[in-house]
Design a protein around this ligand. Structure first.
Ligand code: ADP
Length: 179
């Protein structure tokens, strides 16, 4: 039986690998009878956060609302995997404060901008370079790297499976009964 649930908050540039890792991690947790749910920034922006744009204030509100949803799910004993850029340190810290210290895991999904741009999973970097999109994180909108994340994954040097393994090993160390 599941004994403890977590907030696994992934932050990083667009294309760094947050959604990809989130999906695989969700699969792993479910296979281990762990109740988990992914809050994906792109998905939330189509519904709950569809009124928000990409100004600094809207980005802050996007993170704040997602944190509130995470709180609801957490209180229902669900492990939440957050997969959104969440570019500002202060906003991520506010989310951390919503949860018990030993349940919040900040995961820096780190990938150099040129590699993210080369991947260009959603074709967004090409649009930025053509001048069709502005206020893009890492280019003309700030990204503040975490200073002390619980986990730091370099996705240009690791496979998706290696990243997921690092997270699950970390969780096992936190609470062996949970997995
Ligand atoms: P994000 O959600 O951060 O915007 P995505 O997960 O949508 O990024 O895209 C990341 C891309 O990088 C995917 O095409 C994925 O297959 C690739 N990739 C390569 N190595 C990794 C890795 N170690 N972790 C995550 N994604 C990786």
């Amino acid at each position: 039986m599941q004994s403890k649930n977590y907030i696994l908050w992934m932050t990083g540039l667009s294309g760094a690998g947050k959604s990809t890792i989130a999906k695989k991690l969700l699969e792993f947790l479910k296979n281990n009878n762990h109740n988990a749910y992914v809050l994906d920034g792109d998905v939330l922006r189509k519904g709950l956060n569809s009124d928000l744009g990409f100004s600094d204030n809207d980005r802050k509100e996007n993170v704040r609302r997602t944190g509130e949803v995470a709180k609801i799910l957490y209180s229902a004993n669900v492990t939440v995997i957050g997969a959104l850029i969440s570019p500002f340190r202060v906003d991520r810290e506010k989310i951390r404060q919503l949860f018990p210290a030993d349940c919040f895991v900040e995961i820096f999904v780190d990938c150099p901008l040129p590699v993210c741009e080369q991947r260009d999973v959603k074709g967004l970097y090409a649009k930025v370079r053509k001048g069709e999109i502005s206020s893009f994180t890492g280019i003309d909108s700030t990204y503040e790297k975490p200073l002390h994340p619980e986990l730091h994954l370099q996705t240009d040097e690791m496979t998706v499976d290696e990243c997921v393994l690092e997270i699950t090993e970390y969780l096992k160390k936190l609470n062996t009964a949970a997995l």
